[in-house]
Ligand binder design. Structure first.
Ligand code: CMC
Length: 429
C-alpha cells in the first residue's frame, strides 16, 4: 500500500511518498522537494539520509542486528568462511558447489599481479604506510586491464571482481615484504584464500611458514566479519565514485582511502596504539577514560561508539570470544587484552558512555587477534580493506545494474561571501 506524508512549507501543502524497506525501515522520498518548494534538506554527516536502496546488508543498530543478504552474522561466523560469504554478498545467494568451485578457481587464477607491477613497489619508501601503497596499487592495477576503459563496467565483471578480491591480498602481502626488505613470496595455488595470505606474508624462500589452523581460522573470521556494513564512509565513497561510471578498480581504490581514517577502518590501529600508550604510562585505564570524556583533551576511547549501533556491535561480541579462544589455544598472554577488558568494563559502567550508548565496536578486540598472528599494527587497516572488498564490489554492482542510477551529486547551503567585485592587485594594499 502506497503511503504519503504531508508537510506544510511557506503556506503550501506538499504530499511526499514514503518508502518502506523489507525490514520495516521507513523513509520519506524527498526527490520532488526542491522542485516543488525551493528547499533542500540539510543533514550534517548524513545521519538521517538514506543515500540509496540496497539489498545487501541489514543493520538494526538499536537491537545490535547485522545480516548479510538476510543471514545473521552469527550464523555466517559459525558455519561459513570468508570466500563463501564474499560470494553471498556479491551475488546475493549462498553458492552451490559448482558456483563455489568456479569462484574459487577464478580467485586462484587471478592471485598473481602483473610482473611489471612489482617494480612499482620499488618506488615507495621502506616506511610507507601500507594503506597508501594499497590504494595506489589497486588503482595502478587498472592499467593492466585496459578493457576497463574500452568496455562497459558490466562486461567482464566477474573476472574483475575475482581479480580484485584475490589481488588485494597479494598486494597487501607484497607491501609488507617490501617494508621489511624481504623477497616477495608468490601465492601458492595449493592454499586456500586466508592460508595463502599468511603464506605470502610470513614464508621465506628457504622456509615455509608453518600454517596453524587456529591462526587461519581467526584471520578468516576477521575477514568475514568485515565483509560488508551497509552505507559506511568507505562504501559510500565507493558508490559515489562508481556513480560517475568510473571503473571497479578506481572505485575500490577510493574506498581504501576513505577507510584509512582513524574514525573508520584506521580505528583498529588506533586502538592498539591507545592500549600501548596506556600500558607505557602505567595507567590502569582510569586516567584515559577521564581524558576520553573531556572534549578538550583531543582523545577518544578508540574502538568505542558507532554511528548506527546504539547497542553492543554484534561483530565485537564474536571477535571478543574468538580473541579469548585464540589466545588460550595458542597459549599467548597479551597484557593489552587485560587493559582492553578493564577499559571496557570501566566504560560500560560510566554514565558518560552509558547515556550516549557507546559500546565496543568491531575494532576494539580485532587488533589483539592480529597481534597474536604477528601482523604488524600498520597492516591492521589493510586487513580490514581485504575483508571489506566483497562489500565494496557488491555495492559497485548494485549501482552498475540499477538502470535508474544517477550520478551522486549532493547540494549544499552556501554560507560564503555574497557577490563582490574583483579588486586588481595594485589596489589591494
Ligand atoms: N569516545 C568518547 N566519546 C565518544 C566516542 C568515543 N569513542 N564516540 C562518540 N563519543 C561521544 C561524542 O563526542 C558525542 O558526545 P556529545 O553528545 O557530548 O557531543 C556522543 O558520544 C555521540 O556521538 P555519536 O553521534 O554517536 O558519534 P558519531 O556518529 O559522530 O561518530 C564514531 C561515530 C564511530 C566516529 C565515534 O563513535 C568515534 O569516533 N569512535 C572512535 C573511533 C572508532 O572506534 N571508529 C570505528 C567505528 S566502527 C568500524 C568502522 O566503521 O570503521
Amino acid at each position: 500500500m502506497k503511503t504519503t506524508v504531508r508537510i506544510g512549507i511557506d503556506g503550501k501543502d506538499l504530499e511526499l511518498p514514503t518508502v518502506v524497506g523489507s525490514e520495516g525501515e521507513r523513509a520519506i522520498d524527498i526527490s520532488s522537494l526542491r522542485k516543488e518548494t525551493g528547499y533542500i534538506t540539510l543533514d550534517d554527516g548524513y545521519g538521517n539520509t538514506g543515500s540509496c536502496r540496497s539489498a545487501i546488508t541489514f543493520i538494526d543498530g538499536e537491537k545490535g542486528i547485522l545480516r548479510y543478504r538476510g543471514i545473521p552474522i552469527e550464523q555466517l561466523a559459525e558455519h561459513s568462511n570468508f570466500i563463501e560469504t564474499a560470494y553471498l554478498i556479491i551475488y546475493g545467494h549462498l553458492p552451490n558447489r559448482a558456483e563455489l568451485r568456479v569462484f574459487s578457481d577464478l580467485l586462484t587464477d587471478n592471485a598473481t599481479i602483473h610482473e611489471a607491477m612489482r617494480h612499482h613497489f620499488e618506488g615507495f619508501p621502506a616506511d610507507a604506510h601500507p594503506m597508501a601503497i594499497l590504494s595506489s596499487m589497486i588503482n595502478a592495477s587498472s592499467c593492466f586491464s585496459p578493457e576497463l576503459w574500452q568496455t562497459s563496467n558490466s562486461d567482464h565483471f566477474e573476472s574483475h571482481a575475482a581479480k580484485l578480491i584475490s589481488q588485494v591480498r597479494t598486494i597487501a602481502a607484497f607491501s609488507y615484504r617490501k617494508s621489511l626488505g624481504r623477497p616477495i613470496i608468490y601465492p601458492n595455488p595449493a592454499y586456500k584464500y586466508t592460508a595463502n595470505f599468511l603464506h605470502m606474508m610470513f614464508s621465506e624462500p628457504y622456509r615455509e611458514y608453518p600454517l596453524k589452523p587456529e591462526f587461519v581460522k581467526a584471520l578468516d573470521l576477521i575477514f568475514l566479519l568485515h565483509a560488508d556494513h551497509e552505507q559506511n564512509c568507505s562504501t559510500s565513497t565507493v558508490r559515489m565514485v562508481a556513480s560517475s561510471q568510473a571503473n571497479l578498480f578506481a572505485s575500490a581504490a577510493a574506498g581504501v582511502c576513505a577507510l584509512w581514517g582513524p574514525l573508520h577502518g584506521g580505528a583498529n590501529q588506533a586502538v592498539i596504539e591507545m592500549l600501548e600508550q596506556i600500558r607505557q604510562s602505567g595507567d590502569d585505564g582510569r586516567r584515559f577514560i577521564v581524558a576520553a570524556k573531556d572534549k578538550t583533551s583531543g582523545k577518544k576511547l578508540m574502538g568505542f561508539g558507532h554511528r548506527v549501533y546504539r547497542n553492543y556491535d554484534p561483530r565485537a561480541k564474536i571477535i571478543k570470544k574468538a580473541c579469548d579462544e585464540l589466545l588460550a589455544a595458542a597459549n599467548i598472554s597479551d597484557p593489552l587484552l587485560d587493559i582492553a577488558k578493564r577499559l571496557e568494563e570501566a566504560a560500560l559502567n560510566d554514565s558518560y558512555f552509558v547515556e550516549r550508548r557507546l559500546y565496543p565496536n568491531v575494532d576494539f578486540y580485532s587488533g589483539i587477534i592480529m597481534r597474536a598472528l604477528r601482523i604488524p599494527t600498520q597492516m591492521f587497516t589493510v586487513i580490514f580493506a581485504i575483508g571489506r572488498m566483497p562489500g565494496w564490489i557488491a555495492n559497485f554492482k548494485e549501482i552498475m545494474e540499477d538502470t535508474q542510477s544517477r550520478i551522486y551529486r549532493p547540494r549544499q547551503v552556501y554560507v560564503g561571501p555574497t557577490a563582490n567585485d574583483y579588486v586588481p592587485l595594485e589596489q589591494r594594499d
